[in-house]
Design a protein around this ligand. Structure first.
Ligand SMILES: Cc1cc2nc3c(=O)[nH]c(=O)nc-3n(C[C@H](O)[C@H](O)[C@H](O)COP(=O)(O)OP(=O)(O)OC[C@H]3O[C@@H](n4cnc5c(N)ncnc54)[C@H](O)[C@@H]3O)c2cc1C
Length: 390
């Protein structure tokens, strides 16, 4: 195809030499392995182990582990560019990979040296991670969770059922938020590190989903699960701040995922519109379609710039970027769903069928408006930022 799209949305991005190499390696992997496999793993609803093996072969988990613990971290800008590329190729693989980083985040940011020494090498060796807040009655309203960690002389006794855990049935390590109780008092939420081999841990219901079908989403049951004190991250019951900090960090990741999904829909549309002929000319030469392409490109560019803006703030060490993180997530996920829907329109009837990738991409786009806080919740976060406390 004469139109060169591959790096269109990466123009002007500033990366170090090592970061460029990482990005190029990921792009190569996406082009040769993950992209071509995306339709198959979606259709078979099969966990993409081959892709996870490739991720581990090139040591990508090192990107979110501090150097002192054996990792090779990159800037947030480079990290988000990597996530965007993975999402463009295979959103299921991208969310599995991002979720491992999400599991790691509370350990890296709030864990003790001993916790980091114990758990971070496991990720470098390829362990899969999961993070869990949600329960059946506690979604957006996380504080309504009921699962408890009760202080005992030996540590904490955990009971509860978690829902919608990405990689829940395949992860080795979990960061799980629970209500901490001590002497009958409820202290508040805290994250605990749980490993799948602990007595009392089991996998619950596996969801059958609309999109990101190659990633697994499962319930987690914790029954009389005794964990030692050193599996608690931070001070007992003071983890709500950790949760908010975590969400500020993870929302740009989902925003980057959404941009990647939108780009995939866009590239497929440009390619199709340049080939498909109706009324004696390529459909891209019909102004109605050309305008749709123009709007898609403009929306994706705006969403990506919003993601890069929050990345810049984070790389520059700003402490307060919660509004910008939510703006990026809100905008990018809304754009992803709109662009993916327009991509089907551009493909006409073929877009509605599985022979073309846009049918899957549209299904994959929807989740970005839901997890890591719905679009409505992002608006609440942004709106609150501008509301004076009286
Ligand atoms: C595929 C998938 C993967 C997931 N992975 C994980 C995971 O790894 N870990 C994890 O902990 N969770 C995960 N989740 C859960 C996800 O984060 C929640 O589904 C999401 O936060 C919304 O919660 P809910 O589904 O209970 O919806 P609800 O909170 O019940 O919301 C229902 C509707 O009401 C709206 N709403 C709720 N409160 C308000 C309000 N105050 N104002 C206006 N509107 C409101 C919502 O925006 C939504 O439209 C996953 C979910 C899915 C589907």
């Amino acid at each position: 195809m004469a139109v060169h799209l591959r790096d269109f949305f990466l123009k002007g991005i500033t990366l170090g030499e090592d970061e460029k190499l990482v990005l190029e390696t990921v792009q190569d992997l996406c082009r040769k392995e993950m992209g071509p496999r995306a339709a198959e793993v979606d259709k078979e609803e099969r966990f993409p182990w081959e892709n996870i093996e490739k991720i581990n072969e090139i040591g990508l988990n090192g990107l979110f582990i501090p150097e002192a613990y054996g990792g090779n971290p990159v800037s947030k800008t480079a990290w988000l560019a990597v996530l965007k590329e993975l999402s463009k190729a295979c959103p299921s693989t991208a969310i599995i990979f991002a979720t491992t980083s999400h599991c790691c985040y509370p350990i890296v940011k709030f864990g003790t040296h001993e916790q980091k020494e114990k758990f971070l090498p496991m990720f470098l060796e390829g362990a899969l991670g999961a993070i869990s807040m949600t329960e059946s009655h506690a979604g957006s309203d996380v504080r309504a969770m009921k699962s408890t960690a009760v202080k005992t002389p030996d540590g904490y006794l955990i009971n509860g059922t978690k829902t919608f855990v990405t990689t829940g049935d395949a992860a080795d390590i979990f960061s799980i938020f629970l209500k901490v109780k001590e002497d009958e008092d409820t202290l508040g939420l805290s994250p605990f590190i749980i490993t799948k081999d602990m007595a009392g841990f089991s996998v619950g219901k596996k969801e059958e989903k609309m999109g990101v079908r190659a990633s697994s989403t499962a319930g987690i049951v914790l029954e009389e699960c005794q964990v030692p004190d050193d599996h608690l991250i931070g001070a007992p019951g003071e983890g709500f701040k950790i949760l908010l900090d975590y969400l500020n960090d993870s929302r740009p990741n989902i925003a980057a995922q959404a941009v990647g999904v939108a780009e995939a829909a866009f590239e497929a549309s440009v390619s199709y519109a340049n080939e498909r002929v109706q009324f004696g000319k390529r459909i891209i030469e019909h102004q109605g379609i050309q305008f749709m392409i123009a709007e898609m490109a403009t929306q994706i560019q705006a969403a990506w710039q919003s993601v890069l803006h929050v990345a810049r703030l984070m790389d520059q060490g700003y402490e307060d970027f919660s509004a910008e993180a939510s703006m990026a997530k809100l905008m990018a996920s809304e754009v992803a769903e709109k662009v993916a829907s327009d991509a089907i329109q551009i493909h006409g009837g073929y877009g509605y069928c599985r022979d073309y990738p846009v049918e899957r991409i549209f299904r994959d786009s929807k989740i970005t408006q839901i997890y890591e806080g719905t679009s409505q919740i992002q608006k609440i976060v942004i709106g609150r930022h501008f509301t004076e406390k009286k």
